[in-house]
Design a protein around this ligand. Structure first.
Ligand code: GCU
Length: 598
């Protein structure tokens, strides 16, 4: 596409971005640290493939007024679904269901003076329409980020009801679009709760070390509900840090001051109790402080080069199957990663729930967090860009105070194309504006062949990234495992490279010789050759093989082998460790004991 045209597109896209960014959702930060009432539990549900509920006004949750009144739905007598949870694994009949479904939940509420109330959703896949007592609250698009609606004026003293329509219908202009190698779980997949705050409250904050510094604090606090300057205090327990700042006309207070703190590291994940006060509101959070930056082709954590011993994982419950939704699921998944010897986890391919990132803070696991710009997206569609921007904004807004999160990933395995590159470059630019303290990456999978065994990682998107992720499937989708021994990789980029994916399918307990595909021996053999090859890749700073646990995928139908599971897990969906698990565990033990990276 001619340079002029690209520029014009860029300018246009920038305006769209400008709009999207200016619509910064007033997401309430740190909901777990607020006064909340859970609405989790059984919700009545009506499956509505033809979306009849809109014209029949299901959101009114009506009952017939008299014997001749026509109401053609009845939440009260409709079976329930558990929230949080996907609907697919709760009913056999809904396993493959893609479409609209209506939820209803009644609850009692006692109104309080000088209190604002928000209805908060941890996430819902994919498009959500929410109603309170028959009135529309709003809509949300995107399956993996939180959203909230103010309900202060809509709430009644006593009986209330919420009706929520959720549809996981796939669309070519959505994010992700029509094809994914993960199950399109639908529903209210994360916690739903009422959040109570004083009229003037601490809506959001960013409290971290200044970009590239280990002894300067820099950040801001956003106060909502006041038109006059508000005094804000910031206190860090266990230190002498007690700061007073004042908000400006926009309700924002910025601060920058020297601070001597014990830095957060995977080995000693020190978290501080931080208290932020404004007006009647006090928000407490556990925050770790660490710096992460690039030096040449190395990643420096707190000024020292680090090697990332990682694993990729999906947000699936290893116990129940279906979406992981709670602290117990997060503990099981991250314990698996620790058992492997990891200090790094790639949360693929969408922002996982907050239980995981907060647990990673406590367990000392570095995190790669990604938005689902996955495979083919409608790159030229401004609405698709605005949607991706909104998911990016909300991913960052939720986890910007998590020390564990060091990498924001813009995309996974996208085609080399100018419109794509412009699209993702825009996301990278917005990320730098929203968060200059972390690194930007993407998982790339297109390399240029430079000879029978030579591949060049020169994707033009690399220019917009701080760290390059490389997904390569030598030995599975291309060539044989042993061919890794002769592969040569080069790159024009003097930037750190993470091997973000490699792997092979093997149902646990299926055996054969190392050449027999779909056997544990084949998978283990592939890991042996891969782990030798990756060490020869230039600028290699770490890896996150594919994948921690077998996961559900609509693209994997082979009976008796896949049964709609991607079997590249090192652990089966029943918790069985495969041979390759121990190959990687041994490698990580050696890497952990190896002399520090220079
Ligand atoms: C891709 C992709 C994953 C997918 C994996 C596979 O690289 O990023 O989402 O599951 O390969 O094919 O198993």
């Amino acid at each position: 596409m001619r340079a002029g045209k690209i520029a014009a597109t860029l300018v246009f896209l920038m305006t769209v971005v400008g709009v999207a960014l200016s619509q910064s959702a007033n997401l309430i930060a740190n909901v777990p640290g607020r006064k909340t009432t859970s609405l989790n539990g059984p919700w009545h549900a009506i499956v509505d493939p033809y979306e009849t509920g809109l014209s029949e006004r299901y959101y009114e949750n009506a009952q017939p007024k008299d014997k001749s009144d026509r109401i053609e739905y009845d939440f009260e007598r409709s079976p329930t679904l558990n929230v949080p949870g996907d609907w697919n694994t709760q009913r056999e009949s809904l396993l493959f269901y893609e479409g609209p479904l209506w939820y209803e939940r009644s609850f009692a509420y006692q109104k309080r003076e000088h209190t604002r109330v928000f209805l908060y959703f941890g996430a819902a896949n994919y498009v959500t329409r929410a109603y309170l007592n028959g009135k529309k609250l709003g809509e949300h698009e995107g399956g993996f980020t939180p959203f909230d609606f103010e309900v202060t004026n809509g709430l009644r003293d006593g009986g209330n009801f919420v009706v929520v329509e959720v549809s996981n219908t796939r669309r070519p202009d959505a994010v992700p679009a029509m094809r994914t190698d993960w199950w399109n779980y639908g529903g209210l997949t994360r916690d739903v709760m009422l959040v109570e705050v004083p009229e003037v409250f601490v809506q959001d904050y960013f409290i971290q070390l200044a970009p590239g510094s280990e002894n300067e604090m820099a950040g801001w606090v956003q106060v909502s509900g006041s038109s006059r300057p508000e005094a804000v205090s910031l206190e860090i327990a266990g230190t002498d840090i007690k700061k007073q700042v004042t908000t400006d006309a926009r309700g924002r207070a910025e601060f920058h001051f020297p601070a001597k703190l014990q830095l957060w590291t995977p080995e000693s994940p020190k978290l501080y109790d931080v208290a932020i006060r404004a007006g009647e509101d006090t928000v407490r959070d556990s925050i770790g402080f660490r710096s992460v930056r690039i030096q040449g082709a190395q990643i420096l954590l707190n000024g020292k080069p680090i090697f990332l011993r990682g694993i990729s994982l999906h947000e699936e419950s290893p116990k129940r199957g279906g979406r992981a939704t709670n602290a117990e699921d997060a503990q099981t998944l991250l314990d698996y990663a620790k058992e492997l010897g990891c200090n790094f986890i790639r949360l693929a391919h969408y922002p996982h729930n907050e239980y995981e990132t907060r647990l990673a803070d406590r367990m000392g696991l570095l995190v790669w967090s990604e938005i689902p710009v996955y495979w083919d997206i409608d790159w030229k569609n401004p609405a698709t860009l605005a949607n991706a921007q909104a998911q990016l904004r909300d991913m960052i807004a939720r986890d910007r105070n998590r020390a564990s999160v060091i990498l924001w990933s813009m995309s996974n395995e996208t085609p080399i194309d100018p419109a794509r590159t412009a699209f993702i470059q825009n996301l990278a630019d917005s990320t730098r504006q929203m968060d200059p303290t972390r690194l930007i990456t993407s998982a790339l999978n297109h390399t240029e062949k430079a000879g029978p065994n030579q591949e060049i990682l020169n994707d033009p998107l690399g220019q917009s990234l701080d760290v390059l992720g490389l997904n390569e499937y030598i030995g599975w989708y291309v060539r044989r495992p042993e061919d890794a021994d002769v592969m040569q990789w080069t790159t024009p980029y003097q930037k750190p490279i993470i091997i973000s994916e490699f792997g092979a399918d093997a149902p646990a307990g299926r055996h054969g010789d190392p050449q027999t595909r779909w056997s544990e021996e084949y998978q283990a053999n592939l890991f042996v050759h891969q782990l030798d090859m990756v060490k020869r890749i230039p600028n290699f700073v770490g890896l996150s093989p594919w994948v921690l646990v077998d996961f559900h995928s609509p693209r994997r139908p082979i009976p008796g082998i896949q049964d709609y599971y991607n079997r590249k897990g090192l652990i089966s969906n029943h918790g069985e460790r495969k041979q390759a698990f121990y190959v990687l565990q041994k490698f990580y033990k050696e890497m952990a004991n190896a002399p520090p990276v220079h």
